[in-house]
Design a protein around this ligand. Structure first.
Ligand code: KG4
Ligand code: ZN
Length: 357
């Protein structure tokens, strides 16, 4: 019987040091043998955001421990590994370099192929760790650094339908959290605050809601939250602002997703299309429930990764690694870290002043 491919995945693009071991399966879903994530939350929380130099140092401290732990938990040995998949970008260059150099050294010493993976493609394929999904599908990627609608046509083949022209959704959650006195990363706690608040208390703006196709914008919303935050008197006021903010995000995503659905239907003529929602913000229960309902109403099949695979992890990197391994898409050892690495290389850069929608 042919040996099932065994992939070691490594992730260090931002503030999680992660390693995972994934085994090919005769079934459509591979076996995730281990998935270790070491978060740097404690390192960064007093700074209100990720400090690149501290993040890189922490990756250097942890990477061999995390990889060893992933191997130990998988009950496999380094010699059994068939390829090393590692995040090569996008992300903080000092952080990416730690994982990438570690993976290159392993690949050389084991004489096994190196597979450099786009972190965003990891999020895009993350639901494949638990669900069978066929290309093409529509993807909403909502994380701390990115907010995009993409048509995923095949492995490595993406068409961007819309993107944020300023902040990412996760960034909006984190900045709102900071204004409410919640430590970084604030997204998960905003959800808890919102559950206790009145979502109709504050009327917040929805930038570019009626223009720009399914492009997104959150900067104006953040400014409105900043103004209101200065008037808050007690905890209930904070809960109400968190709830109103979350409701506004949901309404923006609902409207823009409908536009993305219509655009995607022109690309795929299938009767029931898949709609994958991935990235850290996809862990938010309200956003999940809302987009689920909208999808069913519009004949799309909503697919979310399990909540523990929404945030950054190496299982998703190993997942892309496995697909590339089967196609023998290996990387060269001089492959550089890429701080900027868009999934759709042809899409226009849409950030900053002077953006025309
Ligand atoms: O994908 P991810 O782990 O890292 C990036 O690649 O950016 O996403 C992190 C983001 C952070 O902004 C965090 O606040 C947000 O995801 N997040 C949430 C929730 N859990 C994490 N935002 C809203 N609600 C949540 N439950
Ligand atoms: Zn991410």
């Amino acid at each position: 019987m042919k040996k099932k491919a065994l992939i070691l995945g490594i992730e260090s693009s931002c503030d999680e040091t992660a390693a995972a071991v994934l085994e090919e399966s005769t079934e459509s879903i591979p076996n995730l043998l281990s998935n270790i994530v070491s978060s740097q939350e404690e390192v960064h929380k007093r700074f209100g955001g990720v400090v690149p130099e501290l993040a890189a140092r922490s990756h250097i401290d942890k990477i061999d421990l995390v990889v060893n732990e992933a191997l130990k938990k998988s009950k496999r040995q380094l010699k059994d590994i068939d390829a090393i998949a590692v995040t090569g970008g996008p992300g903080l260059i000092v952080c990416l370099s730690v994982g990438l150099n570690f993976a290159k050294a392993l690949a050389v010493s084991l004489k096994k192929p190196l597979i450099v993976v786009n972190h965003l493609e990891g999020h895009a394929l993350s639901p494949k760790l638990v669900t069978e999904i066929k290309y093409p599908y529509l993807l909403l990627l909502i994380s701390g650094g990115h907010s995009q609608y993409l048509a995923v046509k095949n492995l490595g083949k993406y068409k961007r339908l819309g993107t944020t022209i300023d902040d990412a959704v996760g960034e909006a959650f984190d900045k709102t959290a900071k204004l409410l006195g919640i430590k970084f990363p604030g997204g998960p706690l905003i959800e808890k605050f919102a559950a206790r608040g009145n979502k109709n208390r504050f009327n917040l703006p929805k930038p570019i809601i009626n223009k720009g196709g399914c492009n997104l914008s959150f900067a104006g919303l953040k400014t409105a939250v900043l103004k209101i935050s200065k008037t808050l008197k007690n905890n209930q006021d904070k809960y109400d602002l968190a709830a109103s903010f979350q409701k506004t995000i949901e309404e923006i995503l609902n409207k823009k997703t409908k536009i993305a659905f219509n655009q995607f239907k022109k690309i795929s003529q299938k009767k029931n299309n898949y709609f994958v929602i991935a990235g850290g913000v996809a862990a938010n229960n309200n956003i999940r429930n809302n987009l689920k309902k909208l999808s069913f109403d519009e004949n799309f099949v909503p697919i979310f990764p399990p909540q523990n695979l929404c945030g950054d992890n190496a299982a998703m990197i190993a997942m892309v690694g496995l697909e590339k391994f089967k196609l023998k898409k290996f990387s060269k050892l001089d492959c550089p870290a890429k701080p900027r690495w868009p999934l759709d290389k042809k899409a226009a850069f849409l950030k900053g002043a002077g953006v025309k929608l």
